[in-house]
Design a protein around this ligand. Structure first.
Ligand code: EPU
Length: 336
């Protein structure tokens, strides 16, 4: 396996920032990964595990080691009760796994169609969309500990999943590399089509199955979210903030058009896109970066912009939202 130096990452982060990695490697087997980390020089460097770079913001060149795992195997095992266990290597492109499963009539991942990124990155931020989260189907996450190079397996409960959160972003951050993820899918899975925009479009269809759900999700995403191949972006830049139900209701009394999403335990989520739009940021451009015109939660690089410019824009948005609504917006992307 070649270890590259001063490796360009422009094509490997969906913001399209023109930065370089001091060292860069693409292990395609556990042996290659272990041999890389058995060298103390590489083990002690700051590390970034890179999938498709769809949730990362590089502020400048990275003076460490970027590892892009290329474990590409997909296996399936039939289980009783119409269930099937799928295991996929960390390097598999997330949407190609979803397409494969939908084509085989294995249900459970279809609401997560079209999300950029790789299988290995999916559990880290517990990717979610259109009423589903990847935690709903994950049974096991396999990883290599970087200190001992031992294989470590996490059950679903071990992963500490939360909204855009997991133990891999917390206690295990930078201490392991995910190699494989297993999912329990079903040929009899119940469709999950409660999400407002999804159910509205599906209602008009004569037949609804997982293929129709996938196609409809892809259609909604195309209308709302910019394609990183055309405009640099990393999907939602901020998380939807959670506030107390009392705060949410008070806000709704002032703004009756606002939809809030109760999450139980006296809390509710407020759509960050709505807060940002109310502050007048939707569609605004600042130099080479800006706020997307169809989804205010998405910050974009129109070309030639930098991570620092995006961070300055993000800080200005956070300040506006804090001043007007007294709500703190937390970033969803990982800043390197
Ligand atoms: N809204 C606005 N203005 C905007 C954007 C949204 O008022 O500019 C309002 C909408 O009218 C709607 C509500 O906000 O009432 C929710 O909007 P939407 O359905 O577009 O979803 P979101 O909360 O903005 C979340 C995820 C997305 C995911 C969608 C669909 C987060 C941080 N983002 O966005 O995930 O695709 O739901 O389920 O939770 C990502 O993580 O990168 C991502 C794109």
């Amino acid at each position: 396996m070649q270890i590259h130096e001063h490796y360009p990452l422009k094509a490997q982060n969906t913001f399209g920032f023109d930065v370089k990695a001091r060292y860069y490697a693409e292990p395609s087997s556990l042996e290659e990964l272990k041999s890389l980390f058995s060298d103390i020089f590489f083990r002690e460097l700051p590390l970034v595990a890179l999938g498709e770079g769809s949730n990362l913001l590089f502020c400048r060149d990275f003076e460490g080691l970027v590892v892009h795992p290329r474990f590409m195997e997909i296996t399936s095992t039939a289980l009783p009760n119409s269930e099937v266990m799928i295991s996929a290597g960390a390097g598999v492109i997330w949407d190609s796994l979803v397409a494969h499963c939908v084509a085989q009539a294995w249900g459970g991942l279809e609401n997560l169609s079209g999300i950029p990124g790789t299988v290995g990155a999916a559990p880290i931020q517990n990717i979610g969309a259109y009423g589903a989260e990847v935690k709903d189907t994950i049974t096991e996450v396999e990883a290599i500990r970087l200190d001992s190079l031992e294989t470590i397996r996490f059950s679903n409960a071990d992963c500490g999943f939360g909204y855009r959160d997991s133990i891999f972003k917390q206690a295990w951050k930078n201490k392991l590399l995910i190699t494989k993820v297993s999912f329990c899918l079903s040929t009899q899975s119940k469709l999950n089509i409660q999400y407002d925009s999804l159910s509205k479009l599906l209602q008009a269809m004569p037949k609804i199955g997982i293929q129709e759900v996938r196609e409809t999700v892809l259609q909604i995403r195309k209308e709302k979210l910019p394609d990183p191949a055309e405009i640099g972006n990393a999907g939602s830049f901020f998380k939807n903030p959670t506030v107390t139900e009392a705060t949410a209701l008070a806000l709704q009394a002032r703004y009756p058009q606002l939809t809030v999403y109760p999450t139980g335990k006296g809390q509710a989520k407020i759509p960050a896109g709505w807060l940002i739009e109310q502050c007048g940021w939707k569609g605004k451009q600042r130099g080479r970066v800006g706020v997307h015109k169809a989804q205010a939660l998405v910050l974009v690089n129109y070309g030639g912009g930098t991570g620092e410019e995006i961070l300055q824009l993000a800080a200005a948005i956070q300040q506006s939202v804090a001043e007007r609504f007294n709500i703190a917006l937390e970033m969803e992307v990982n800043v390197v």
